[in-house]
Design a binder for this molecule. Structure first.
Ligand code: ATP
Ligand code: MG
Length: 155
């Protein structure tokens, strides 16, 4: 069924607001005026967004910033929409990037280990994205921040 990514982001931001405020994080949300509709399961897409935003908030030091945006994927992929969650946080090393999304994998980066977690969030994201025949792109630089882009079929 069509899932309105605008609604998905609004709901997740609502749930994240308090945690973000406690760390004085700037939460930037960028959604277009027109609806951006993905084809898929609403609860699963909510979970994808919630897990990515939860990580961004968790792995960004106080006073940092987190951005969430949704858009049509553009002329090269007119049949896709994209959800982007990026942070100016602790970043992920090249070797960790290769194992990210493996069940129970957590970085040994001391700044990451200090945060609680089970190492399942990204494995769940991967599984859901695969089920939707979508694609997850991750780019990151240690100490600078990370960007997670989820491409999903447009409805
Ligand atoms: P949980 O199961 O509660 O989500 P988790 O956050 O540790 O636990 P994942 O969400 O799967 O597990 O993330 C795996 C690991 O990837 C994290 O432990 C962390 O080291 C790293 N990571 C994930 N997102 C980010 C991010 N935005 N910035 C830096 N490191 C990240
Ligand atoms: Mg997580």
């Amino acid at each position: 069924a069509p899932v309105d990514l605008h609604r998905v982001v609004d709901d997740v931001i609502d749930l994240t607001m308090v945690a973000a405020q406690q760390k004085r994080l700037e939460l930037k949300v960028d959604v277009p005026d027109q609806a951006v509709l993905a084809l898929g399961d609403a609860e699963e897409i909510d979970r994808v967004c919630a897990n990515l935003v939860s990580n961004a908030v968790k792995y960004t030091p106080a006073d940092g910033s987190v951005s969430v945006s949704v858009e049509m994927a553009g002329s090269e992929h007119p049949d896709q929409v994209v959800l982007t969650v990026s942070d100016a946080g602790i970043g992920i090393s090249q070797s960790d990037l290769e194992r990210l999304g493996t069940e129970f994998f957590r970085s040994s980066n001391p700044a990451a280990v200090a945060q609680p977690g089970t190492g399942l969030g990204l494995a769940i994201v991967r599984r859901i994205v695969e089920r939707h025949h979508g694609r997850l792109e991750i780019s990151s630089e240690l100490g600078k921040g990370s960007t997670f882009r989820v491409f999903l079929p447009a409805a």
